[in-house]
Design a protein around this ligand. Sequence first.
Ligand code: ANZ
Ligand code: ZN
Length: 830
Amino acid sequence: MGIGSYDPHSIEPAWQDQWNEHKLFLAENGSDKPKYYCLQMFPYPSGKIHMGHVRVYTIGDVVARYKRMQGFNVLNPMGWDAFGLPAENAAIKHDTHPADWTYSNIDDMRGQLKRLGYSFDWTRELATCHPDYYRWEQLFFIKFMEKGLIYRKQSPVNWCPSCHTVLANEQVEDGLCWRCDSVVQTRDLEQWYLRITDYADELLEWLDKLPGWPERVLTMQRNWIGKSYGSQLTFQIEGGESVDVFTTRPDTLYGATFMSLAAEHPLVEKLIEGKEQADDVRAFVDKVRNMERMEREADTLEKEGVFTGAYCINPLSGERMPIYVANFVLMGYGTGAVMAVPAHDQRDFDFASKYGLPLKVVIQPKKGDKIVVEELTEAYSAPGVLDNSGQFTGMDNEEAKKAITDYLGEKKLGKPTVNYRLRDWNVSRQRFWGAPIPVIYCDECGAVPVPEKDLPVVLPTDLKTRPDGRSPLPETESFVNVACPKCGKPARRETDTLDTFFESSWYFARYTDARNETAPFDLDALKYWCPVDQYIGGIEHAILHLLYARFFVKALRDLGYMNYDEPFESLLTQGMVIKDGSKMSKSKGNVVEPSEMVQRYGADTTRLFSLFAAPPEKDLDWNEKGVEGCHRFIGRLWRLVEDLVDVIEPSAACAPVSGELSAKAKEVRCKEHETVRKVKNDLERNYQFNTAIAAVMELVNDLYLAKDELKDDATGRKVLSSAVASILTVLSPMVPHVCEELWKAAGYQGMACTQPWPEYDEKAMVRDEVTVVVQVNGKLRSRLTVAADASKDEVEKMALSDENITRHTEGKTIRKVVVVPGKLVNIVAN
Ligand code: ANZ
Ligand code: ZN
């Protein structure tokens, strides 16, 4: 009797309907089972899912299904990161509203994800562009405002000319816009900032308590926060003023021979007033300020500067130090002023060499020859002992850092400080398709938050985008003109919208209680589900989204909305999908469409390939042969079960087998349990799906070889029945549809995906016989089958009398025999 041929297009939708009808993937808020929250980064609804999506959602789906089979109450939700620029651009092109484009894309993509058989709880679906979602972050915004966590400031910001909007520092990558790769410019604008720097220390400290995160991501976050211990020192300027510097090397103070200021430093104008250098300095300042940010921050920047005509005094040596404006000093770091120590800092060395400024060696190596200024070819930046440093001469330089800072501290000229690279998060965007910032400007009352009862501030749904790409909001009188909530006088609504990263900073919390209409989420629901146990997404968010989300959880915790510290317990960053050596992208023309794959091979093959072709954290190299191989394997599995349906005893599924087993049956039984163990170990060890799948493939092969012999006796049939059931259960999270179909065809009880995860039995894995390889002079010459408990002597004797071996040792003297029990015999003969 046959079970028909393998047709993914008929069985896949049918099983998806079945799972749906049985509500198998609905997560319950509260249950006796332990909870497991599996989350994958939600997609931007661009219209089509791509292979990167397939990869991450397949990985997530296997985790979710595996955990369900292990008895967890699993939350595996899906939603849409739905605000953002592409919708606006598409709307401009098609002369529609971004909402139409977005919602229709969401419908398409939901269908595509469903076709792949992912086990999402669709009842919790959310779209961040919906007022039911963003109203809550407008509430967070005004609460942040009340707490002083949000403020408005005029300052130089990153401006993307093609996106017509400002960008956060995290959204500028090597000087380019993260979204469109345009060169980012600097503009002076008044913007809203979130005080993420208030949490710099906590964000840093918690990185040590996230063992489930990849080291690489932890390091990137540490570097981004960039905590740096140093001192702030004060230098008197001749003529009255003073200037503070931030230095990590106060021990080198005696060697400071000049001072470098940032072009934007507020003292510059005062210092040059009435001086002959004034015009040159102003010209230089203009030039530097107009430089592209990328150019200015590049390591390769040619160091340049100009003398201001002013001097300050070295507080220890008493020497006069000329004050320069230098292009490599940034206003946004430390104090925007640097004490230049050319003998011990390479940038200062380059600068001093160029302008003929004096060098003074104040640190000497602990061992070896003394350094002399005349012979220096580069700065000496290693540790050492102080030299030429008055009372501090001879002191270890690490000790001197504290000693010099303390000494100046007594004169109120220095103090230890900590500096961070992290800047506050600019959250306002000059875009239309985003959540309106809930603020009203009144001439009398200033920036007034929209009262809670008036939320949400709904983004108008009847506006047209502008052909020039600018937001239509500022000109929309009906949106802009409102009464001031405080004094009632005519006022104007804020027309900037929120950075879309605002939405993705808390969506994981909304999923726990996605239909709540009176609160962002219920605290009990949050307490039950959070933190996310396993988060999966791309490495490109190593800083951006992952840093913002961590900050939100802490800030909302301090506002009483949340009750835990870190959003994501474990993080898996999957590699890219590449083809012909580069990342799949439209511009490279190397895109493989998931929908075409599904049409050709079905969802199971598509899923299997994306799991099998590479371990999850590595890049996955697309190749058609690999896909075909996966498809063939599924066909092979199908035919194996087809061949066995008549002999399978459903009650023997994953059960102990009693009675005497033949040697072959024992071997298969052993292999079955070894495979179950290996799959579990591979999944537990960083989700190594590829090796787990390879192990199952081997077992399928073994069954092909053994089945005809085993079919013939009762215990043999039980062994076969158990092995097939084990294969279908462990593969079910990966290729769920075909496993379900074969499970049913074989007559096993229930559904494959609701089976408990199979246990392995150590006793079943004890082998009677093992294969030992025999080498002569390092070359493999024979294989022996020996009893598993054979002694070393017995194995040695067998090896030496083996025909294949005697042929290679004939006429030679055996010099040495090494026996590794259960594995190998090595014979040295010459
Ligand atoms: C004197 C000195 C001597 C320095 C020496 C270094 C070595 P990190 O470690 O990144 O915190 N610096 C301070 N503010 C700066 C700014 N706004 N733009 C450019 N450079 C700035 O770097 C701190 C060091 O970078 C500071 O310590 C300062 O130079 C420089 F042998 O002071 B140092
Ligand atoms: Zn841009």
